[in-house]
Design a protein around this ligand. Structure first.
Ligand SMILES: [Zn+2]
Length: 247
């Protein structure tokens, strides 16, 4: 009788071990790290004793879809990229999904006495970008540069059509598009608060070698609040942050 009881206990323990092993295998074979993190968060809510071993990165797939679209000198705006625009004012437009955050951010600044702030440039169509690009090339040619040289010099200061974040509708240039902006109260405020509205300083001074763009204190990009806060916390620029998320 005693032996029978003991056997039952041993069988029970074996079953528990097998179940644990199955779960460990399923868990380690899960490719999607993100869903595991989300699962852990869920588990943690249900059971306070669960330990989370990984840093929490609650980035939803939806956010990876459009908020983090990378457009730079090596990444052209996707061919079939669809964008619905909304008006900031009579001339300027922005992605309709993000315009509310831009308006709220500017409103918050004004409410805090920073009235000297305006959107100088936002969405630019490929046609507009082409026009700006060609005008600059023409200017260099008029100065006596060869076509090739003029184009090369232009590419240093103006993105080729389709390679500008302004074509994406998620970037905004403030005030005079001048380095002086760095010394304004508006810039100081943005550095501290823009992330609360999902905006980031896109081309920081210390990241020029990675962004391949010279420091632009006036250019801010919308990537969503969660992403902006996480990216700033990690001290990364957008190129680095996207790499980091892909790992
Ligand atoms: Zn810009």
């Amino acid at each position: 009788m005693k032996n029978f009881k003991l056997a039952k206990v041993i069988i029970f323990i074996l079953i528990v071990i097998v179940i644990i092993l199955i779960f460990v295998r399923i868990d380690s074979s899960t490719e999607n790290k993100q869903s595991r993190v989300l699962e852990n968060i869920k588990l943690n809510k249900e059971n306070k004793n669960t330990v989370i071993n990984e840093p929490v990165k609650a980035i939803s797939r939806k956010e990876l879809d459009w908020k983090l679209t990378l457009v730079n000198s090596e990444n052209k705006l996707p061919e079939n990229y669809e964008i619905t625009l909304a008006s900031i004012d009579q001339y300027r437009k922005f992605d309709s999904r993000a315009i509310g955050y831009l308006n709220d951010m500017i409103k918050a600044m004004k409410n805090q006495g920073i009235t000297n702030i305006w959107v100088q440039s936002s969405y630019r169509s490929i046609e507009e970008q082409t026009k700006i690009f060609n005008n600059k090339v023409k200017k260099y040619k008029n100065e006596g540069k060869t076509s090739e040289e003029a184009k090369r010099l232009t590419e240093k200061v103006i993105n080729k059509p389709g390679y500008s974040e302004h074509n994406l509708g998620l970037a905004v240039d403030f005030n005079y598009v001048d380095n002086y902006f760095e010394n304004t109260r508006a810039f100081k405020w943005l550095k501290e608060n823009a992330e609360d509205y999902g905006f980031i300083l896109r081309y920081p001074k210390e990241k020029e070698s990675i962004t391949k763009v010279t420091y632009e204190p006036w250019h801010w990009r919308y990537i969503g609040e969660e992403n902006a806060k996480e990216m700033n916390r990690l001290g990364l620029c957008l190129e680095e942050y996207i790499q980091y998320l892909k790992k």
